[in-house]
Design a protein around this ligand. Structure first.
Ligand SMILES: Cc1cc2nc3c(=O)[nH]c(=O)nc-3n(C[C@H](O)[C@H](O)[C@H](O)COP(=O)(O)OP(=O)(O)OC[C@H]3O[C@@H](n4cnc5c(N)ncnc54)[C@H](O)[C@@H]3O)c2cc1C
Length: 843
């Protein structure tokens, strides 16, 4: 199966080999795995002052994916916060040699993404608008400039390039050694060969880390075991969704034209040919991403484990699989055609379904941290080490990396799903990346609600939400159905407007089953929740929107708490944060030793919502209860039967219109849906989806977790002050920090902008400028069907937050006028009704 090129450690099992020194008995942190990721974590923890950091490596450092990696280092990342990780790594590489004395072979010739089609030019401009407010520079260059920087390219095949100065490549083996030297220098102990054989939870919340040389009692463990990450995960009883992928690259012998170059050429990425190419001494190194149907997964390593003894070995190479890419490359870089092959490397890269690592603490396990699933581990290693070390030491992440949260996966992430997605992610590595991208591999997922089929027949265009299928919009007769991504407005623009109008004028129904739901009960529930959230807890029968803040006063999550009984709360949060929020809640319950029980009932409960001015009349037909405003005010909850289905009915709506959410047994969703639809038909009720909901929430001034609310923001700058009750008795988490933030005053604020675009809408993450200066970024955006134009939320410095202030918002290379406008743009229905009642009372 694999070709043994260079077997490192001598024969025999680790037990027959002597450990480099006597094993410690206790440790603050044990890092498992001495690849680039594990050594970076040990280095960062030790450097930050943690005593007793231990790294256990089963054979020798780098003996996994690291030793043979191509070593490419990029600033570029299409994601939002992952850019921070890349930036930190490169800045660290720039000084690591000096700090550790270890040469790391860091080359920074820059890199160019080659753009060969008009769509690629759009994609590059789309990336530019998202990069502009970040630290690393990136700009578009002409075809002539591309050729100037890389003269060996075929001039007929290029329209331009996306250029990133400072990118390049590094020697992964030496980088890992440098981390290890640094880790030791700051006091960490590295043991090898020391395979971890089992992990046993201790009653104090720590772990007994068992090796063939003895046991270490560790306060916490970090799984950084690369392609063995799943096996180490199984030692603690979990299945990380990971699968090894065969990745190949070819190194050529000397090419005279390359040898004759005056300086090293930039790394190029040919997006159409789907490969990277960099200079390797006086030759070239060429690495393709094979198409989904050609590539190879090593599925038996998931089921049976990595073969014993595999370490510094490679897979057998297969040049036929990369033939198509090779032909592309030879057309693009003609000198390749006459180059001799010096070596071919085919090694295992571990893939998660979405290609991103699993980095952070894990829900359901105490003091277990994941640092696995790195498909670009060399460039991620520095940033990941720093991120994890900061989080471990400070009790909260230094910035938000929710896209890498290990808790974004759950029980629904089967091995089959992981394999399909890994195939898709690898094969589509260089496919055009669109706004609101929805990849279709592994769909529909296993998580579907009781009305999935019914809604599909009614035109639902489903999107992926944390393993759930949830309607984004509905294609009715005459609409162009299907997923038609575009950098501009596309086929869902008009239908979403129709759904919007329906909800605003009559009523709409939407499936909210993917919302995460927990029941929190027990003797200490009130004390516990009062400490956990910044808002006042609601009275029995009432609900409240609450925020869980971090000790630094950042927004960790937004939840809705509804009080069912004195010591029983029903907690609702978004689908994307199910295990993210649950982990935080559980951790604080355990740390505070509260006597509470927390049950995740997400999969057992369905949820439907109706919203719009007719929703009360519709509801009244399905229940004997009084649903008038007086009997059923805003933010109250009743347990009632609706259309014969027992529900927790909450008068709340993320649309900001009159509306209810109905939580019920999952098996009853269709019955409830049918009841609501037949009662609503005379009023013109219809389905609406996530996209219309998003427009309505933006128009009403509701923030969204992951967009406006992150651990990158405090609630004061996010405009959430009304939910932060400084006068409540409890010293809730983050209270001291909020006090300080208020005293010092915020430096920036969230504002609403109207943006004068044409056929394009902001979506968030766009760069905002005044003149040439970057002043901020958007967080969300949409077409407002109320204003009949684009709007966006944006963080701007205080001096740019006055109404009427003008800025420029970058979209596809254009700089559109943005104006700060009053928010909310539309009052919510409860607010409109309140004002009406007050006026009536005054007359
Ligand atoms: C051909 C190829 C080219 C690549 N090119 C690039 C690139 O250009 N840029 C980039 O960023 N990435 C690249 N990668 C990916 C990169 O190599 C990996 O993402 C990275 O090396 C992962 O590092 P790691 O530390 O997570 O895992 P690994 O390097 O696999 O290290 C894991 C370590 O854990 C140890 N271990 C496992 N189980 C145990 C146990 N029970 N007890 C103790 N120790 C244990 C192993 O021995 C191993 O040393 C490439 C990969 C391949 C295959």
């Amino acid at each position: 199966m694999f070709l043994s090129l260079c077997y490192v450690s001598s024969n025999g099992s680790a037990s027959s080999r002597k450990l480099n020194k006597r094993l410690k008995e206790t440790a603050e942190t044990v890092v498992i795995g001495g690849g680039c990721v594990g050594t970076s974590i040990a280095y960062h923890l030790a450097k930050a002052g943690m005593k007793d950091v231990v790294l256990l490596e089963k054979s020798e450092l780098t003996a996994g994916s690291t030793w043979h990696a191509a070593g490419l280092t990029t600033y570029y990342n299409p994601g939002i916060n992952a850019k921070n990780l890349h930036y930190y790594s490169i800045k660290l590489f720039e000084q690591l040699e000096e700090e550790t004395g270890q040469q790391i072979g860091f080359h920074t010739p820059g890199s160019i993404r080659l753009l060969g089609t008009p769509e690629r030019m759009d994609e590059a401009r789309y990336q530019m608008q998202r990069q502009g407010w970040n630290k690393a520079p990136q700009w578009l260059i002409s075809a002539e400039e591309v050729l100037e920087k890389f003269p060996l390219l075929n001039p007929n095949k290029i329209l331009g390039g996306l250029y990133n100065p400072g990118e390049g490549h590094i020697d992964p083996y030496s980088l890992t050694q440098a981390y290890a030297i640094g880790a030791r220098k700051y006091g960490a102990d590295i043991y090898m060969p020391a395979p971890v054989t089992s992990l046993v939870p201790r009653s104090d919340g720590g772990w007994d880390v068992e090796t063939e040389h003895g046991t270490i009692a560790a306060k916490r463990i970090v799984n950084a075991a690369g392609i063995w990450g799943q096996e180490v995960g199984r030692m603690v009883g979990i299945e990380h969704p990971l699968i090894p992928v065969h990745h190949q690259y070819v190194v050529t012998a000397t090419i005279p034209e390359v040898a004759a170059l005056k300086e090293e050429v930039p790394v190029i990425r040919d997006l159409e040919g789907s490969y990277y190419c960099r200079q390797e001494r006086s030759g070239l190194l060429f690495g393709p991403y094979e198409k989904s149907h050609m590539m190879r997964l090593q599925e038996d390593w998931v089921t049976d484990g990595v073969p014993k003894g595999f370490g510094k070995e490679l897979y057998e190479s297969d040049l036929d699989r990369i033939q198509e890419h090779t032909e592309h490359a030879m057309e693009m870089i003609p000198v390749l055609a006459k180059a001799d092959i010096q070596s071919v490397v085919s090694g295992p890269i571990i893939y998660s379904p979405d290609l991103l690592p699993l980095l952070g603490p894990f829900q359901g396990l105490r003091n277990y941290w994941a640092a696995v699933g790195f498909s670009y581990g060399i460039i991620h290693s520095g940033g990941a080490g720093k991120f994890l070390s900061d989080w471990i030491l400070n009790g909260e992440p230094p910035y938000d990396l929710i896209e890498m949260d290990p808790n974004r996966y759950g029980k629904w992430t089967t091995q089959e799903y992981t394999a399909i997605k890994a195939r898709e992610s690898y094969g589509n590595n260089n496919l055009l990346g669109y706004p609101k991208e929805d990849r279709l591999g592994g769909r529909p997922t296993e998580r579907t609600s009781g009305v999935y089929e019914k809604l599909r027949r009614r035109g639902a265009e489903y999107g992926f939400h944390s393993g759930w299928e949830q309607p984004h919009w509905f294609a009715l007769e005459g609409d162009e159905a299907g997923y038609k991504p575009s950098y501009r407005r596309t086929n869902w623009h008009m239908p979403v407007g129709r759904e919007y109008e329906m909800v605003m004028k009559t009523a709409g129904i939407m499936d909210l089953t993917p919302f995460a739901k927990y029941d929190i009960k027990g003797k200490d529930t009130v004390a516990f929740l009062d400490n956990l959230v910044a808002n006042k807890l609601p009275k029995v029968g009432y609900g409240a929107v609450c925020h869980m803040l971090t000790p630094r006063g950042r927004v960790y999550a937004e939840i809705t708490l509804t009080r069912i009984a004195e010591d029983h709360f029903f907690c609702i949060t978004g689908s994307g944060s199910e295990l993210h929020d649950l982990r935080w809640i559980e951790e604080h319950a355990v740390n505070g030793q509260y006597d509470v029980s927390i049950t995740n009932c997400t999969d057992e409960m369905g949820a439907l919502t109706i919203a719009g001015p007719s929703s009360r009349d519709i509801l009244a037909q399905l229940t004997d209860e009084d649903v008038s405003h007086e009997a059923f005010p805003f933010m109250t909850m009743r347990q009632m039967s609706i259309a014969g289905v027992l529900c927790r009915a909450i008068r709340i709506s993320y649309t900001g219109e009159l509306g209810w959410e109905f939580y019920h047994k999952r098996g009853d969703t269709e019955k409830l849906y049918d009841g609501l639809i037949s009662a609503g038909e005379p009023y013109g009720i219809g389905d609406f989806g996530v996209y219309a909901m998003n427009v309505m929430r933006i128009e009403k001034g509701f923030r969204m977790w992951g967009q406006e609310m992150l651990t990158d923001n405090n609630p004061i700058e996010a405009g959430l002050s009304m939910f932060i009750k400084m006068k409540k008795k409890s010293d809730f988490i983050g209270k001291d920090s909020i006090r300080r933030i208020k005293e010092e005053g915020v430096k920036r604020k969230l504002v609403l902008l109207k943006v004068d675009t044409d056929n394009i809408d902001p979506e968030g993450n766009e760069t905002i400028r005044v003149g040439d200066k970057v002043v901020g970024n958007t967080t969300s955006g949409c077409f407002s069907y109320n204003l009949n134009q684009s709007v966006a939320y944006a963080y701007l410095p205080l001096d740019l937050t006055d109404l009427g202030t003008k800025v420029k918002v970058e979209l596809l290379g254009n700089h559109y006028d943005g104006t700060v406008i009053k928010e909310p743009m539309l009052l919510t229905e409860p607010m409109r009704e309140k004002i009406k009642r007050q006026a009536e009372a005054a007359n």
